[in-house]
Design a protein. Structure first.
Length: 317
């Protein structure tokens, strides 16, 4: 295991934090340093400082690694990466790919087929928890694909107590963990919508957002409390020079995946539909540099308040 080169592609809000924890673990074990790449390679500087080794392209990472993690924004990016590497003719036999992005189960099934046609393995390992949880190495992973032996003895040791606090084993079909992730997002986006509604209610009734936040945190737990903080700290609409914690378009993508699957199965998800509409309206109003909690701005507007609160940025797309 110590001799297997591990690679990483995708250093966004989540990927950089996760890869940094993996690199710290590898360094502590005196294993080979993580080889990594990213579309914007300069984002990997903190990882290089930890002992990671930059590579120019995804192809370079794949060529040099036996186990390759990916953490990218959406289905289209992941499909492009995998198709490009398959079509490049790089020998992929025996390589193990693990994708941690949130994508549709159909995307996972098609990628898995592409890679198994090359005699490579594919595991799907999406995560629950935002950037601070990723930085703390406390994510919850849903892991599926390959054999129980590969999952338990090869991949789980790279995740458990390294990048995550819990690995939920979803079996051999990689689409199962993707489906679990999409199902979990039903709770995520609905909870964000609900916390936003409660905070607008608190402001308009004079109850105050501080009291509401204290109650939300104490009575409904740190996750709901964290969602409230995204609103009260203004992180729902961060400065245009920064990257949002969880970009609004990524959350809309998650909601659309859940709604698509629900429709196919004859299930209604009214709270997800509402959250999606409010996130889309927020994006129309304030552009891409918004967090997934930015439905709050629209809820504020509907209540006669400004989209921006005193801690958020004050305008601009
Ligand atoms: N943020 C969260 O709270 C959270 C929680 C759980 C799951 N997720 C999921 O995790 C995944 C990553 O989320 P994130 O918040 O880390 O996203 P992010 O900060 O937007 O980062 C996206 C990553 O994808 C890369 N990328 C985007 N477009 C690309 C393209 N056309 N070609 C190559 N690379 C491209 C970005 O490269 P650049 O650096 O060059 O832009 C970056 O490495 C998403 O699927 C998201 O839904 C996010």
């Amino acid at each position: 295991m110590a001799a297997t080169q591990i690679g990483w592609y995708g250093l966004g809000s989540m990927g950089l934090a996760m890869a940094s924890n993996l690199q710290r673990h590898l360094a502590a074990k005196k294993a080979l340093g993580l080889v990594y790449s990213n579309r914007t390679l300069s984002r990997g500087e903190p990882l290089r400082e930890l002992g990671g080794v930059p590579e120019k392209t995804f192809g370079d990472v794949v060529q040099k690694s036996g186990i390759i993690f990916t953490m990218v924004s959406n289905d289209a990016v992941l499909k492009t990466l995998i198709t490009s590497i398959v079509e490049s003719g790089t020998p992929l036999a025996q390589k193990i790919f693990i994708d941690c992005s949130t994508v549709h189960p159909q995307t996972i099934t098609s990628i898995s087929a592409q890679l198994s046609a090359q005699s490579a393995s594919f595991l799907c390992a999406p995560v629950f928890g935002g950037n601070p949880v990723a930085a703390a190495g406390k994510l919850v992973f849903a892991l599926a694909g390959a054999t129980p032996d590969v999952r338990e003895n090869l991949i789980k040791p790279l995740i458990q107590d390294v990048m995550g606090r819990k690995v939920i084993d979803c079996g051999e079909d990689p689409a199962r963990s993707s489906l679990l992730k999409i199902a979990g997002n039903i709770v995520t986006v609905s909870l964000m919508e609900t916390v936003g509604e409660a905070q607008v209610f608190a402001e308009k009734t004079g109850l105050g957002t501080d009291a509401m936040e204290e109650l939300i945190t104490e009575a409904f737990g740190p996750i709901a409390g964290g969602y409230s903080k995204r609103l009260t700290t203004g992180a729902y609409a961060p400065p245009l020079t920064t990257r949002p914690g969880f970009g609004v378009s990524l959350s809309i993508k998650d909601a659309v995946h859940a709604l698509d699957i629900a429709k196919e199965k004859g299930v209604e998800l009214p709270s997800v539909e509402l959250a999606k509409q409010n996130m889309s309206s927020a994006r129309d109003y304030a552009g891409e540099c918004l967090d997934s909690s930015s439905m709050y701005g629209i809820l504020r507007q509907k209540a006669g308040l400004a989209f921006w609160n005193e801690k958020s940025r004050q305008g601009g797309q």
